[in-house]
Design a protein around this ligand. Structure first.
Ligand code: C2E
Ligand code: MG
Ligand code: MG
Ligand code: MG
Length: 292
């Protein structure tokens, strides 16, 4: 009898799995056409300097408007793009679009803005990735100092020596390297010290509720202290509340991204935000509290 039950269970699970994989196949197929059908868009989330309150630049974040399903989050389709290799043409398109749109902002007077682009493992390990980057910088006429690449630790730890060599070759072009989602992987900061990063982004899971979660607060403080010793610039990701902002200000983070200032915006909205001159005015009152 128990055998039969087991059989039923198996059927149940396999039915669930095949629905899941059918959906994946359907998404794979439509993702294949998403680029040429112009369903992809690059959104921009402002990065704010925590000393001045000014917008320093933005992170480029991909959005997919599926004709029947509406918006599909990158958390859902980036893994599919990575598995199928579609991330290569899509990632190139993101780089090209982000550099081009940044250049337009430079041309209307926001000439010191930087753009950060997420790079997946598949892209980074391509033999001609550096060459492709150079080509994009040339065709968009963007100086490399304005481009920042966001990488995650998981893509660097497998073949450390090769990864370091690649990073150094990219840095030699003059661009900036950031380690994204820091703290979510398994490697320690001292291990990561051998990689030539410029910026460390503290993952939003540590920032969440930081004024009440002493565990998160302790981890974040330790990360900041070590990053300072390594002379890395620190960005806090996912700052949503005034309390979280207060914490990252008082603990010497250099920059922040988060809903408290702005969600990711379309290119048009980002441009309008820049023109409006909005800055993080709240900083002044936070700084005053600090000195009291
Ligand atoms: P990420 O690079 O760590 O990007 C930060 C994510 O946090 C973004 O989610 C952003 O919208 C979200 N976020 C920012 N501030 C807040 C906040 O205050 N609260 C909350 N709850 N969330 C906030 P998004 O846009 O859904 O992207 C998710 C991930 O997908 C990214 O994580 C990145 O790993 C990947 N991704 C997005 N665009 C690209 C791309 O063009 N290429 C590659 N390879 N990956 C991408
Ligand atoms: Mg990122
Ligand atoms: Mg991140
Ligand atoms: Mg993330």
């Amino acid at each position: 009898q128990s055998k039969q039950q087991g059989g039923n269970q198996y059927q149940f699970y396999s039915a669930v799995l095949s629905i899941g994989s059918l959906d994946r196949v359907a998404l794979q197929t439509s993702l294949h056409y998403a680029l040429e059908r112009q369903e992809l868009q690059v959104y921009y989330q402002p990065k704010v300097n925590l000393t001045t309150g000014q917008i320093m630049g933005a992170e480029a974040l991909l959005r997919w408007y599926h004709p029947e399903r509406g918006i599909i989050s990158p958390g859902r389709f980036i893994p599919i793009a990575e598995e199928t290799g579609l991330i290569i043409p899509i990632g190139e398109w993101v780089l090209q679009t982000a550099c081009q749109q940044l250049k337009q902002l430079h041309n209307i007077g926001f000439y010191s803005l930087q753009i950060a682009v997420n790079i997946s493992a598949r892209q980074f390990t391509q033999v001609d990735f550096r060459q492709k980057l150079v080509k994009i910088l040339n065709t968009t006429n963007l100086h490399p100092q304005f481009l920042e690449l966001e990488l995650t630790e998981s893509m660097l730890v497998q073949n450390t020596e090769v990864a370091i060599r690649r990073l150094n070759a990219l840095k030699a072009l003059g661009l900036t390297i950031a380690i994204d989602d820091f703290g979510t992987g398994y490697s320690s900061l001292s291990y990561l010290q051998q990689f030539p990063f410029d910026i460390l982004k503290i993952d939003q899971c540590f920032i969440r509720n930081i004024s009440e979660n002493s565990h998160n607060a302790a981890i974040t403080k330790a990360i900041i202290e070590m990053a300072k010793k390594m002379e890395l610039k620190i960005i806090a990701e996912g700052v949503e509340t005034k309390e979280e902002l207060e914490f990252v200000c008082q603990n010497q983070c250099d920059m922040m991204q988060g809903y408290i200032f702005s969600q990711p915006l379309s290119a048009k909205e980002f441009k309008e935000l820049l023109i409006s001159g909005k800055s993080l005015m709240m900083l002044r009152s936070l700084k005053n509290q600090e000195s009291k």
